[in-house]
Every structure is written in structure tokens, then in C-alpha cells.
Ligand binder design. Structure first.
Ligand SMILES: *[C@@H]1O[C@H](CO)[C@@H](O)[C@H](O)[C@H]1NC(C)=O
Length: 275
């Protein structure tokens, strides 16, 4: 395939997956941080998924097996929630991890490493988070040496590959370009606008959207993650056309996600395989 054909292929995949989410309304259990609950649930609803914000350990055995996918985010981690996260991640459903601020404390790092051992389908973090996890994850650190200090998504790519190989997860690193890798292949997703970083929990919301895409495409988590990142970034680009600042961008982004049509997605999604 030449470059243009490849771009068209990704555009069609992104539209097919968004359409599948709209048609099937996958049930996504979210055990996510207190700051992100609202925007994550609203992003899932706008995309056509069904969010369920349950984090009680005693509900996991009944509820989680009925879900299409599970989203775990450690942003406002507490000792009480970790057993629920581990139980939901172990319930046999495809699941996605957002290791927010993984290196903020030893407890948090240990929690993230113990969750990584439960085989997430996708891990989505920023460069600092992926670099920190890769350098602490024993298996990955034997192939990845050293933490780069500049923390650009491109700099974290080698760490992401090592982490993908050692965990079996697809690793997505957010940045100006998002990189998504299964340890061999690398996709770059280039949609988005800088102002999205000024809205709290947009990263958490896009990880929720990745979970919905994984729910409808569990056998190809790399494609699911790349398409979700591009679709969310595209909604940000369209939202930006009407936004006056972060608060109105938040609103317009959610509207844009809800209104995305085939023509817009297939022509504006920017994903390419890197060599
Ligand atoms: C990654 O996210 C964490 C948590 O929000 C933040 O503290 C850190 O500065 C971010 N790093 C980059 C490179 O954006």
C-alpha cells in the first residue's frame, strides 16, 4: 500500500470502529479517578458506548463479567480501590489501564506494576508515565536502558516497545503525536489540539474511549487504540473551531464526538504506520 492508500485504510477502520461502538453500545465498566468520572462517562456516551461507574469490590463478581470491557485508571488511587481494580482486571474481560502519574509514589508504582501483571489489552499514558513504568518493570528494563529526561512521546517510544514486549499489552504514548505499539509495529496518530491539555482528564477520557474501541475490536488492540486516539483528537480539532477556551472546548469536543460523520472521519483521521 502506498501512503495515500494507507491513510484511507485507517480512515475506514476508524469509521468502522466508531460505527460499531454506536451500533453495539458496549458496556464499559470504569474504575477511574474522581476528577475524570464526568468527562470519561460523557465521552463514552457521546461515542455511543454505555459507561458504568462501579468501583465497589463486592459488585465486581456479579457485574464485571457482564461488561464488554473494563477501564482501570489509578489517578486518585486509594488503598480501598486497588482490590476492586485488581478483581475487575481479573474478571476475564478485555481491559485497559491508565497509569496516571505512575512514579508519584512507591505505592502507586507497585500498584501499576501489579496491574500490568494482569495483562491489560492496552496501557495508555504520557511519556513520563510510560518511561517510568518501563524502567521499573523488571522484564522491560532488561531491553530498555535508562529514563530520558525530555519526556516527549517520541523519546518514550523505545520504552513503550520494551514494555509492550514484556507485558504483551499494546502501549500508547500520548503527545503531540500519539505513538501506539505492540512491540513490533508502531502507529502514529496525529489528530488533536494543544488546548485539550488544559482541560482536566482529557487523557483519562481518551483512555475510556480506547476501552470502548477495544470492546468492539478485542482481537486488534493496536488498531482499536490508534483509531480511538485519532477520533478523540479529531473531535478536539472540530471542537476547537467553536471554542473560546478550555471550558467551551470541553463542551464542543463532546458535541463533535457525538456528531462525527463518515465523511469527516474518513477524510480527517491522521494515522500512519511508522517504519
Ligand atoms: C504526565 O502526566 C502526569 C500526571 O498528570 C504529569 O504529572 C506529568 O507532568 C505528565 N508528563 C508529560 C510529559 O506530559
Amino acid at each position: 500500500m502506498d501512503e495515500e492508500q494507507t491513510a484511507a485504510w485507517w480512515g475506514r477502520r476508524a469509521w468502522a470502529l466508531l460505527s460499531a461502538v454506536r451500533a453495539r453500545a458496549p458496556l464499559v465498566q470504569c474504575i477511574t479517578n474522581l476528577v475524570s468520572m464526568d468527562i470519561a462517562a460523557n465521552a463514552l456516551l457521546a461515542a455511543g458506548a454505555s459507561p458504568a461507574m462501579l468501583h465497589c469490590l463486592r459488585e465486581v463478581p456479579d457485574f464485571t463479567p457482564r461488561c464488554d470491557a473494563v477501564y482501570v485508571n489509578v489517578g486518585t488511587l486509594s488503598e480501598d480501590w486497588l482490590p476492586s481494580m485488581r478483581a475487575a482486571a481479573s474478571a476475564g474481560r478485555p481491559w485497559v489501564l491508565d497509569p496516571v502519574a505512575a512514579a508519584a509514589s512507591e505505592f502507586r508504582m507497585e500498584a501499576c506494576l501489579s496491574l500490568l501483571a494482569l495483562r491489560p489489552a492496552v496501557v495508555r499514558g504520557n511519556a513520563s508515565e510510560i518511561l517510568a513504568l518501563a524502567s521499573r518493570s523488571a522484564a522491560a528494563s532488561s531491553t530498555f536502558k535508562g529514563v530520558d529526561s525530555s519526556h516527549d512521546s517520541g523519546d518514550a517510544l523505545q520504552a513503550a516497545k520494551a514494555l509492550a514486549q514484556s507485558t504483551g499489552a499494546v502501549i500508547a504514548v500520548s503527545g503531540a503525536v500519539d505513538y501506539i505499539t505492540d512491540g513490533e509495529q508502531v502507529a502514529g496518530a496525529g489528530n488533536g489540539v494543544a488546548l485539550m491539555q488544559k482541560i482536566t482528564a482529557t487523557g483519562c477520557a481518551v483512555t475510556a474511549l480506547i476501552t470502548a474501541f477495544v470492546a468492539v475490536e478485542p482481537s486488534d488492540a493496536l488498531v482499536a487504540a490508534a483509531c480511538a486516539l485519532a477520533v478523540f483528537g479529531l473531535a478536539g480539532e472540530i471542537g476547537m473551531e467553536s471554542a473560546k477556551g478550555p471550558a467551551s472546548l470541553r463542551m464542543h469536543l463532546i458535541d463533535a464526538l457525538y456528531c462525527l460523520d463518515e465523511q469527516t472521519v474518513t477524510s480527517r483521521v491522521k494515522i500512519s504506520l511508522q517504519s
